[in-house]
Design a protein around this ligand. Structure first.
Ligand code: OOB
Length: 544
């Protein structure tokens, strides 16, 4: 099944219509440059430049280029080839980078799980993607990934290889996957280069197929609007498996300009500030709660932040008051980023007036991005009014991977992605995110899929009915509250958390609060009235 266009060949993907694809090529959005070429070209231009810093390990462009080629040969030797999916579950380590480019060169497709994901998410991703290999660290933040890998290898029949960074035990060490570097034919630029995870959909995470052509544009054009150049030192604070630090412009955008990527092992301000000072970091990207933490920490952590030029903040709405503090407190320019793994990126620009940078979430990256703002009837709202943002464009997908049925509701028949975000556009073209209609709670940039958590809570014997709602929170924007109608004795929050943990759910999806109720308010159509419920639990919390 390749949908409309034949231009995306991986089965289970929806391509762009041929005439649209031709237009994107003719207009220069799709240049035919595969992702692997970003590294190759930099290695030719600036081989001795530092490409990557991971703790005490430093790699030049020549080093990373060669390591990626060797790893590609090793993976090839394991029988991993074009179109094969590889589930990558790595934190911010150099091996992520070499593996990413090795797979790109083979035409194999990384499936980028987040470090926080656990058994529930990983089994789902392995099965959905039909991954042939699973790549993990040995132990990270106290969690033994080899153990989880055992379960994955036993339960998911497609997984033939477990590759481990560090002490592999009975699995294969990634460092042993090696072979002589050799020239390989470039993958077709219209093929899928990476499967990103959706933060924005109902239920379990969906997979987002991004092609070489579209993702190269994403990274290169983002590097341009963020003002990256060969002097850029980009600090990856957020997990690089996420689209924002990976390609907006992030790691890939920095490689595209031959700058230096510094991998932060943790996001806490002391570690990050130390790296900013030591590596003369010029650009980094944060979610709003981290930005707030940095603003506070700047007052008491003694570190030289004078190299910082741009702080990007995105993933959730940043308060205007915090936005205004960035310049004075950190001595750099703020760039607001409103993006989504499905594609569309909005950035504030260097020459935007201060009030636009503080009060808006930027404007689209590409002139060819087509945006609509619609009401519940799918009709366009009046200009400037709030509506659901629909989008299509040269780097926005036309369908999720292997999700034919879901795609029918997530996209319009003429190919617009329904973002689920409530947005208005100012006359200047800048967007303001006002809310959302999708069933996702945005916990400071981390997306909690409501239905997935509710379904797991319902498997607890003491839970008769449940609704997970977002309640306002000073630092995270919102927190999760599980509203439970009990079956017999009400469960405690600790019991529910233990239940979810045993089911292997990522920690960031654990409900922050529990409210026990006699029943859940419903609409006249019998659906849970989430808005009213959220109001009720928020009000009770502030009063009591
Ligand atoms: C980024 O990507 P995802 O896929 O984790 O989440 C996308 C959703 C958006 O649909 C929107 O609901 C929310 O996250 N969001 C924002 C926002 N940026 C993202 N809501 C309000 N203000 C913002 N600035 O989160 C992402 C991808 C690329 C770059 C930056 C963020």
């Amino acid at each position: 099944m390749t949908g409309d266009g034949e231009n995306v060949k991986l089965a289970g993907c929806v391509g762009w219509p041929e005439d649209v694809a031709r237009r994107y090529r003719a207009e220069g959005y799709w240049t035919g440059r595969p992702l692997g070429a970003l590294l190759r070209d930099a290695a030719r231009r600036v081989p001795e430049q530092t490409a990557l810093v991971d703790g005490a390990r430093r790699f030049t462009y020549a080093d990373v280029d060669d390591a990626a080629d060797r790893l590609a040969s090793g993976l090839d030797g394991l029988g991993i080839g074009p179109g094969d999916r590889v589930l990558v579950h790595l934190p911010n380590v150099a091996e992520f980078v070499t593996l990413f480019f090795a797979l790109a060169r083979l035409g194999a497709v990384p499936v980028l799980a987040l470090p926080a994901h656990r058994e529930t998410e990983i089994l789902h991703l392995a099965e959905l993607s039909g991954a042939v290999a699973y790549v993990v660290p040995d132990v990270h933040t106290g969690f033994d990934h080899r153990e989880l890998a055992r379960t994955v290898a036993a339960r998911v029949s497609s997984v033939r290889h477990v590759l481990v960074v560090g002490d592999a035990q009975e699995h294969t060490p990634l460092s042993a996957v090696d072979g002589p570097a050799r020239e390989r034919p470039d993958p077709d630029p219209s093929d899928v280069a990476v499967l990103l995870l959706s933060g924005g959909t109902t239920g379990l995470p969906k997979l987002i197929p991004r092609t070489h052509d579209d993702y190269t544009y994403n990274a290169v054009a983002s590097a341009e609007v963020t003002g990256l150049d060969a002097g850029t030192h980009y600090l990856a604070v957020l997990p690089v498996a996420h689209n924002f630090p990976l390609a907006c412009p992030g790691l890939l955008g920095t490689v595209a300009v031959g700058g230096t990527v510094v991998l932060a092992p943790s996001a806490d301000p002391e570690t990050a500030f130390g790296l900013v000072a030591a590596e003369r970091v010029t650009v980094t990207a944060l979610v709003p709660p981290l930005a707030l933490l940095w603003l506070e920490a700047a007052e008491w952590v003694d570190a030289d932040l004078s190299s910082l030029e741009v702080l990007q903040v995105g993933g959730a709405r940043l308060k205007a008051s915090a936005a205004e503090q960035v310049g004075p407190a950190l001595g750099c320019r703020l760039q607001q980023v409103f993006g989504m793994a499905e594609g569309l990126l909005n950035y504030t620009r260097a020459d935007d007036p201060p009030e636009i940078v503080a009060d808006t979430q930027g404007r689209p990256l590409a002139p060819a991005d087509e945006l609509r703002f619609v009401g519940p009837d799918d009709e366009d709202v009046a200009p400037g009014e709030v509506g659901e943002l629909l989008v299509r464009g040269p780097y926005t997908i036309r369908g999720y991977y292997r999700a034919e049925e879901y795609n029918r509701s997530a996209f319009t028949p003429d190919g617009y992605y329904r973002s689920g975000d409530l947005v208005r556009r100012l006359p200047s073209g800048h967007l303001v995110v006002e809310g959302r209609i999708k069933d996702v709670i945005n916990r400071g940039g981390e997306k909690v899929p409501v239905e997935e958590v509710e379904n797991l809570l319902l498997t607890h014997p003491a839970v008769h009915d449940v609704a997970l709602v977002g309640i306002p929170d000073e630092s995270l924007g919102e927190r999760t509250c599980a509203c439970v109608v009990p079956h017999g004795d009400p469960p405690t929050q600790r019991e529910l958390a233990a239940h979810l943990r045993a089911a292997g759910l990522a920690a960031f999806k654990m409900p922050d609060r529990l409210r026990v109720l006699d029943d859940l308010p419903r609409t006249t159509l019998g659906k849970i009235n989430r808005k009213l419920l959220a109001e009720q639990v928020s009000v009770v919390r502030t009063v009591g």
